[in-house]
Design a protein around this ligand. Sequence first.
Ligand code: SAM
Length: 346
Amino acid sequence: MKLKRTLNVLRFWIYQPAAVESEWLRLVCKIAHPILEVMTHRPVLYNEIIHAMQPRQGGLYVDGTIGAGGHAWGILQASSPDGRLLGMDVDPQALKLAGEKLVEFGERAHIVRASYITLLKQLAALKWHQVDGILIDLGLSSMQLDTQARGFSFLAEAPLDMRFDPNGKTSAADLVNHLNEVELADILFRFGEERRSRQVARAIVNARPITSTMHLAKVVAEVTSGGRSGIHPATRTFQALRIAVNGELEALEDVLPQTVEALKPGGRLAIIAFHSLEDRIVKHFMRRESRDCICPPNQPDCTCGHKATLREVTHKPTRPQEDEVRNNPRSRSARLRVAERIEGTT
Ligand SMILES: C[S@@+](CC[C@H](N)C(=O)[O-])C[C@H]1O[C@@H](n2cnc3c(N)ncnc32)[C@H](O)[C@@H]1O
């Protein structure tokens, strides 16, 4: 108890160095601040998510991609003492981390191993008719990227896996070694926006079997430079394979209409995307759902009967502040879009 109080005082000083009288202690606090930030690693756009979700006492929330539980912790904390959260993930390692992080909230946190595409089913099982907020933080977590054996990174030698769910049917090695050249090129073009998709696909087919991350990265680097953006030549290929292995875009398309059904009027939907393919899907969905008519623009009379179900809260995506990108360079491509369920629509 005493230790906890001391740690809380220290944390307060570190975040509020102006409150510290002693000059040398103030200096120590300033030095400790970035170290603490790294050690307690906050998830991407943390403050923005808490602001967007507007957690309140007694509220019901869903974190569809709970990861290490960072956002979920903030939502539960801000909806104290009795807000509840359903957290989902397909990765058992992530669920373990989330479980440890959220242990202090007891039964207020309900964590399940499930894909967010089962959203309505999970809510029905809990008898939660509708909820006050839904968060989906897309992409992979730092833990997944940094765990060499998962095969997400082209910077470390590992088997070509890339599955979020270790029980998933298809690994990246399966795609790379068994698809034909045209199918591979299609994946690289659609999910990686790789302009040299055909050359890369041909090089991959010629180099088979490819079973490791660095072998694949080398094969790709021999035929493409990564373009003017200065990114590693294998970035687009790895992104494309990861998206294909996990069916990421299909899952997103699948869950979006469910989120509308699952939200109470006034409830908030917050989605963080990490590349333009995901962001485009979210943007089009929110635009479409915030319009009363979705007939083609040149059609004189409305025949669709569509009624708006959402109000866009962010018209442009929210990007991380400079200091967040400085502390966590992986946050640099994050884009947050938020929409609110409109009163009275069904
Ligand atoms: C960017 S991380 C989330 C980080 C989390 N917001 C936090 O605060 O730590 C994305 C997570 O989504 C999970 N994921 C990917 N596809 C999923 C799906 N279809 N259903 C549920 N979780 C999924 C991944 O396993 C990963 O843990």
